[in-house]
Each structure stands twice: as C-alpha cells, then as structure tokens.
Design a protein around this ligand. Structure first.
Ligand SMILES: [Zn+2]
Length: 296
C-alpha cells in the first residue's frame, strides 16, 4: 500500500504541472494581443542641443596634438549639452561649463571660458523643470562637462567607473569637477558607475558607449532617433581635423586607448550610418536643429 501511494502522488503532481504549463501557454497567447500592439509604438525619442559655453584655447597646437600636428595660436571651440526625452522620461547628456561664468567669464594663460545661458534657463524655455531630469549621463570628468550638474540632485548619475574613482581621490585631478559632482561622489545622490556599454532605457535606443582614452572612464552616446541614429562624441574628438589626422591631445589619459576608441567610434558611425556630432565642434553641433527645436 505504501508502495502504491508514491506513484499516485507523482501522477497528481505531474497533472498539476501540466495544468500550470497549459495555463502559462494560454496567458502567453493572450499577451500577444494588446501587449504586442503597445510594443509596436515605442516611446517617442527627442534630442535637443543646449548651449553649454565657449572655450578659446590659446595654444591650439600644444594643447591638442602630441605630434606637433596643429599650428600654434588660438582656437575657439563650443561647449554643448543635450537633452533626451524618451517617452515622458528625461536625460541630460553632459552639463557643460559652470553657470558661475554667466555675465563674467574666466581667463588664464591657457584658455578663456564663457557661458551665455544656464541649462536650467534653457530647459525652462521648453517647459522642463530641473526636477523632471531623471538621469544625467556625463561623458567624462573634465570641468567643461560637469559644471551644472548640481542643479539636478534628484537625477541618477551615469558615469564611467574609472572617472568616478579619480574624482573620489583625496586630491582629485580637478577640484572644480569634484565640487560640481560632490552630491553624488559623497554618497548622497544615486550613482551608476559604468564598466561597460550601458543601455539607458532598456530598448537599445540610447546607449552609453565605453570609449576610454581621453579619460579612463570616458563614454560616448548613441541616440537612435526615428529620423536616424546620432552619435555624440564626448571628447573622443574635439574638432573635425582630428577625425582625419588622429590628433591625440597630450593630456589624454592613454594614447593607445584613445586611438582604439576613435577606431571603434568611427566603425559604429559607418555601420549605422549615424550623424556624428563632435560636441566641441560648432559645425557639428549645427547639424542638429537650433534650440528650442528638437531632432526626432
Ligand atoms: Zn571637453
């Protein structure tokens, strides 16, 4: 008798499992209806370019090439930041020069920095409040990319782990950047330290691309708009000539990584047929619609 009860129980368990599997299969079938209809219209993506300052580099040649490639003398580059809207979610890409420069500016032997308009002010023009920014992606730790982050303390910071480590050192390489990101570096703000490519919204349409070299934790950004993919360089390149002649600034963290990241970036651009925006190159920033228009 004891011997017979075991198989019967097993049979019962099997029947219940079979029943559950049929239920799951039916549920899966049911889900292909309205759910797949929802998936067919993904959240709309929009991309705004924002003015994040101007930088005059006094010694262009010495500053941007470790092979004596560029002439001496001044060179003007722009600072640019970007707002991405994914459905009703907002992300900032880079936060530019500090808004303490507005109305003043700053000069030293190396460079002159200026800023006309803050990020918060530009967002206001398109009806976006600072507290609506859910995510801040920072390409790298340099001060001209971190300056206005403090206005978005609720946002989750996405940044390369190598760059976060540098800013957390007792003597960080850039005290201004460490101060601008202090809220996140000290553990108050939400931080995601990246060691690989990162899919921001989980649908592959906004990707941080691991591109070390300029700094150890540098990232570029891919935004796959309905009108076509856009690639934002971070500082893999600072201006157009560098794409052709591979000028590597002497202050880059690692020369070999810099060249490898240029190569990877160029291949992605070619393979996707992407619009490349060198963030410090005025001619490239102008490829996107003028603010307050957005690319979609
Ligand atoms: Zn820069």
């Amino acid at each position: 008798m004891i011997g017979q009860t075991a198989p019967r129980k097993q049979k019962g368990v099997k029947m219940r499992l079979l029943g559950r599997m049929v239920m799951l299969a039916l549920l899966a079938l049911a889900n292909t209806g309205p759910a797949s209809a929802q998936q067919a219209t993904p959240p709309e993506l929009a991309l705004w370019r924002l003015d994040c300052g101007e930088i005059v580099i006094n010694q262009y040649g010495a500053f941007f090439s470790d092979t004596y490639q560029y002439p001496a003398g001044p060179k003007t580059v722009v600072g640019s930041c970007y707002l991405i809207r994914h459905g009703d979610r907002y992300m900032l890409w880079d936060t530019g020069l500090t808004d303490a420069l507005i109305g003043g500016g700053f000069s030293n032997a190396q460079q002159t920095l200026s800023l006309r308009r803050s990020l918060v002010d530009q967002l206001r023009e398109i009806g976006v409040r600072p507290e609506q920014i859910e995510i801040i992606g920072i390409s790298h730790w340099h001060f001209d990319h971190t300056g206005q982050a403090r206005h978005f303390p609720q946002a989750r910071l996405l940044m390369g782990a190598g760059d976060l480590e540098l800013l957390r050192l007792p003597s960080p390489p850039d005290a201004d950047s460490a101060e601008a990101l202090a809220h996140w570096l000290t553990g108050d703000g939400k931080v995601q330290a990246l060691t690989a490519d990162h899919d921001v919204f989980g649908d592959g349409r906004v990707m941080l691309l691991k591109t070390p070299g300029h700094t150890p934790g540098h990232n570029a950004l891919l935004v796959r708009l309905a009108s076509g993919p856009v690639l934002l360089t971070g500082d893999i390149y600072h201006f157009t000539e560098q794409v052709e002649n591979r000028g590597v600034p002497p202050f880059n963290h690692d020369r070999a990584d810099s060249l490898a990241s240029m190569d990877r970036f160029d291949r992605i651009a070619r393979n996707l047929g992407a619009r490349v925006i060198i963030q410090h190159e005025a001619a490239d920033v102008a490829k996107l619609p003028p603010f307050p228009e957005a690319a979609r």
